[in-house]
Write a protein that binds this ligand. Sequence first.
Ligand SMILES: CCCCCCCCCCCCCC(=O)SCCNC(=O)CCNC(=O)[C@H](O)C(C)(C)COP(=O)(O)OP(=O)(O)OC[C@H]1O[C@@H](n2cnc3c(N)ncnc32)[C@H](O)[C@@H]1OP(=O)(O)O
Ligand SMILES: CCCCCCCC/C=C\CCCCCCCC(=O)OC[C@@H](O)COP(=O)(O)O
Length: 352
Amino acid sequence: MVTPEGGKGAPSSASHPPQAPSLCSHPSILAGLPTGLSLPPRAPPPCSFPKGQRGLRVPDPAGGNGLLGGHLRAILGGAMEITVAQWVLILFLIIVPLLYEWSASFKYFCKMTFYNGWILTLAVLAIPICAVRGRNVENMKILRFMLLHIKYLYGIKIEVRGWENFNIKEQYVVVSNHQSSLDLLGMMEILPGRCVPIAKRELMYAGTVGLACWLAGVIFINRKKTDDAISVMSEAAQTMIKDDVRVWVFPEGTRNHDGSMLPFKRGAFHLAVQAQVPIIPIVMSSYRDFYSKKEKKFSTGKCMVRILPRIETRGLTADDVPELTESVRRTMLSAFLEMSGEARDKDPGGGQ
Ligand SMILES: CCCCCCCCCCCCCC(=O)SCCNC(=O)CCNC(=O)[C@H](O)C(C)(C)COP(=O)(O)OP(=O)(O)OC[C@H]1O[C@@H](n2cnc3c(N)ncnc32)[C@H](O)[C@@H]1OP(=O)(O)O
Ligand SMILES: CCCCCCCC/C=C\CCCCCCCC(=O)OC[C@@H](O)COP(=O)(O)O
């Protein structure tokens, strides 16, 4: 038997079906050859691995030298050789979706990584647009617009109540509870015009996000240097009036994952008293039904955001700040507990 692999001659077309061409030996090479012509010994298929390159070869089911093995090898030869890198990619594409479905922790890590990565990417788009105006609080509208769709990506329904409490023309200080970086979604849902958040200075160094925040006029404070932080906030009190700016503060001063509210820092309340502007408390209901950093849980769900009635500070002085801080916290905590219960009752399955 003469096979192309054997290199001794071409098989007769009368006794064998036409030889299926190897995917590596282009048919046009053979097209012009008269039948019965002996072919010279065939060189290794052109798409086989170059010397030294590692690859996995599909085993010959017929032992390698038989008719079937020869034909199969001719058909499959070269084309089914899969590199280690391709195997890794195939395994990755199979394992990742399975893990995503089976492991809640893996899902959590994927979703958080995408969340951060996506915001870093959006910031890349936002930077040149914001840069046209330079550092300007109006740029916050651009960031808001760019972030609004994220709730849909994550299947988070945000229900807002109390819009009427935002019907104030003048400046004010917004204070809200701080559970996680997901607060950004609720914040962007209701962010009033010319309103900038106060953020920890570390965020300024968070790559593209830091630059986008800076361009949008975010006020950065150094929490490690109380005096610096206080002087930045005192400056903010003047800027609020001079430049018609509203400020959003997370008075807990850090993210709080334990389903309640930390004691409030007093900076936001000093700010409102110094600027003699009202405080508008915002409460976001607990995320625990759909998100928990501790339990590594992140599913779809519902969050309620409530804009509470303004609290006046006109006539108050620094001496009134401790009592003001406590009374605002009490009001917010009771709304938080009520809303979180309500959200849970309305959506007992966590939205999954
Ligand atoms: C596309 C890209 C999109 C990018 C995303 C964009 C969105 C980004 C969103 C980013 C969101 C990011 C979110 C975030 O990053 S949240 C983290 C950063 N934010 C905060 O920390 C704000 C809340 N913190 C405070 O208010 C603290 O009080 C500060 C930081 C000011 C000081 O804290 P510290 O722990 O160092 O000290 P203390 O609180 O014990 O206070 C010490 C004393 O000073 C008094 N005092 C305080 N303040 C004032 C004042 N102004 N004038 C006069 N006095 C003042 C105070 O009464 C106390 O005195 P006494 O009462 O004990 O006698
Ligand atoms: C080249 C540098 C790359 C840095 C990578 C940075 C990764 C972060 C990227 C995107 C984050 C998007 C969300 C930002 C807005 C949320 C801000 C936030 O929630 O900050 C936490 C702060 O309130 C309190 O901080 P701590 O709870 O005290 O801690």
